[in-house]
Design a protein around this ligand. Structure first.
Ligand SMILES: [Zn+2]
Length: 431
C-alpha cells in the first residue's frame, strides 16, 4: 500500500512538472526566419522557447499535439537587434554645445534624475526591436552599470545593456574649454589616464565595478590630448586578461592607427581613416562601428540646430559612404551603432533606428545590415551564443517585422510588431 502511494505520488509530481514545463513553453511559427550566422532567410520554422531561452528551432510539424503556437507565418522573425553604440544617460538639444551641456549635466543634474531620464530612453529601444545595446560612456560614475542591473533584476523594463563605465581618456577627456581649477568635474564623467601604469589601474577599477567592456578615447578632439600607444597597450593587455573587449573612439586617422597598433578590438566612428588603416583593420579583423545618420535625420538636425548652411551635408555623407564601402570591400567587419544622443523630438530608440536607414542609403544590402545588427555585433562582444543569433540555448530575444525585408527594407525594419526579450513578450500588436 505504502509503495503504491509513493508510486502514485511520483507520477503526480512528474505530471505536474510536465504541466509546468508546458506552461512555460512558447512556440512561434515563423513564416520567414533570419539565420544571422549564415546571413539568409529560412522558410517555415518553429521556434520553441522555454522560460528565458530558446530550446529548439525545427519544422512546423514538430509542434506537439494540443500545443498552440504564436502565428507569425506572415512575418519575418529575427533575433532582437543590437545597437552597439549608445549613450542612454546623455541627451543634448541640437543647438547645445556638447562641452557646455556636459558641465551643466555634471553640476546640475543629480545622479538620480539622470538615471530616471536614462531609464526612459533605454526603454524606448525595446519599442524598435532593439533588445540589446552597448552603452559607451558619458554616463557619470557607473550609472550605466546601475541601469543595467536594474533592468536585469526586473525592477524596470529595458534592453539588455552592455555597460562600459566611464570612458578612459587623456587629460581633459572630451570636455573642452574647462579651466585647470575645474578639471576635477571631468573626473566624474571620464577616467583620465596619466601613464601606462595608471591605465592598468583604471581597467581594474572598471572590472571591480563589473563593466562589460572597456571604451577608450584614442583621441579627444577638439581637446588636443590623446592616449599614447603604450597607454592603450596597457589598457588592452589588462582588459583582455579579464576577458573584456576594448573599443576605441577615433576621429583622426593617427589615433585609429595608434589604437590598432596597441591591439584594440574595435574602432568607433573612424571618420578619417586612411586606406592603409582600413587595410590593417581588415587584416587584424578589427571591427568598425560607422556612426553616421541618414539624409532625413541630418535635415531634421540642422533645422533644429539652426544652421543656415546645409550644403556640407551631401559632401559629408559622400565621404562617409566612400569610407564605409572601402571598409566593406576590404573585409572589415561592420558593427551597427547609432551614437545618437541629440534630442530630435522623437524617442531615443526611434532616433537610433535611423542607423538602419543610413546604412541602407550608404549602399549596404538589407541582410548585411541585419547581420551587422545581430550576429556580427554579438560575435565581437563574445556573446554570439547568447544574443544576435536564434539557436538553442540562446536568450529568447526575438522580434518579428511585417513586410518584404529584402525589397522594402526601411519600412519593414521600422515596422516591428512582435517583441520578446528573455522569453517575455514585451509588445504584441500582431493580428
Ligand atoms: Zn559616442
Amino acid at each position: 500500500m505504502f509503495r503504491t502511494l509513493i508510486f502514485f505520488f511520483i507520477i503526480l509530481i512528474s505530471a505536474q512538472e510536465r504541466l509546468i514545463g508546458q506552461e512555460n513553453s512558447i512556440y512561434i511559427k515563423a513564416g520567414l526566419l533570419y539565420d544571422s550566422k549564415e546571413n539568409k532567410l529560412l522558410k517555415n520554422k518553429l521556434v520553441h522557447i522555454q522560460d528565458t531561452k530558446i530550446i529548439s528551432i525545427g519544422e512546423f510539424e514538430s509542434l506537439p499535439k494540443n500545443s498552440k503556437a504564436i502565428d507569425l507565418t506572415e512575418y519575418t522573425v529575427l533575433p532582437g537587434l543590437i545597437d552597439a553604440h549608445t549613450h542612454v544617460l546623455f541627451s543634448q538639444d541640437a543647438n547645445e554645445d556638447f562641452s557646455e551641456h556636459s558641465i551643466q549635466s555634471l553640476t546640475m543634474e543629480s545622479d538620480a534624475l539622470r538615471v530616471l531620464r536614462g531609464s526612459k530612453r533605454a526603454k524606448s529601444y525595446l519599442d524598435q526591436g532593439i533588445t540589446s545595446i552597448k552603452d559607451l560612456g558619458n554616463s557619470g560614475l557607473y550609472l550605466d552599470v546601475a541601469l543595467r542591473n536594474a533592468i536585469n533584476e526586473g525592477t524596470i523594463e529595458g534592453p539588455r545593456i552592455f555597460a562600459s563605465g566611464p570612458i578612459l581618456a587623456a587629460t581633459g577627456g572630451q570636455i573642452y574649454g574647462v579651466l585647470p581649477e575645474h578639471q576635477n568635474i571631468i573626473d566624474s564623467e571620464y577616467r583620465i589616464i596619466s601613464s601606462p601604469e595608471d591605465a592598468k589601474n583604471a581597467v581594474r577599477e572598471h572590472v571591480n565595478q563589473n563593466v562589460d567592456l572597456i571604451k577608450i578615447c584614442a583621441d579627444n578632439l577638439p581637446n588636443k590630448t590623446f592616449l599614447t600607444i603604450d597607454e592603450i597597450k596597457a589598457v588592452v593587455e589588462t582588459a583582455h586578461s579579464y576577458n573584456l573587449k576594448v573599443t576605441a573612439h577615433c576621429v583622426t586617422n593617427q589615433s585609429a592607427w595608434n589604437a590598432i597598433e596597441a591591439g584594440v578590438d574595435g574602432i568607433e566612428h573612424g571618420f578619417n581613416l586612411a586606406d592603409s588603416t582600413i587595410t590593417k583593420m581588415a587584416e587584424k579583423r578589427i571591427y568598425m562601428v560607422p556612426t553616421e545618420n541618414s539624409r532625413d535625420y541630418m535635415n531634421t538636425y540642422v533645422k533644429l540646430a539652426g544652421f543656415e548652411d546645409t550644403e556640407w551635408i551631401d559632401n559629408y555623407l559622400n565621404i562617409m559612404k566612400d569610407r564605409l564601402n572601402k571598409a566593406i570591400d576590404k573585409g572589415v567587419p561592420v558593427v551597427a551603432g547609432s551614437d545618437n544622443y541629440t534630442d530630435i523630438k522623437v524617442s531615443r530608440g526611434e532616433s537610433s533606428s535611423d542607423m538602419f536607414r543610413y546604412y541602407f542609403e550608404a549602399g549596404m544590402k538589407p541582410l548585411d545590415i541585419l547581420q551587422s545588427s545581430t550576429y556580427i555585433s554579438a560575435f565581437h562582444l563574445n556573446k554570439e551564443d547568447e544574443i544576435g543569433y536564434l539557436q538553442p540555448q540562446a536568450n529568447a530575444d526575438i522580434i518579428a517585422v511585417k513586410g518584404d525585408i529584402i525589397n522594402d527594407f526601411i519600412s519593414t525594419i521600422e515596422n516591428v510588431e512582435f517583441i520578446m526579450k528573455d522569453g517575455k513578450i514585451y509588445d504584441q500588436t500582431t493580428d
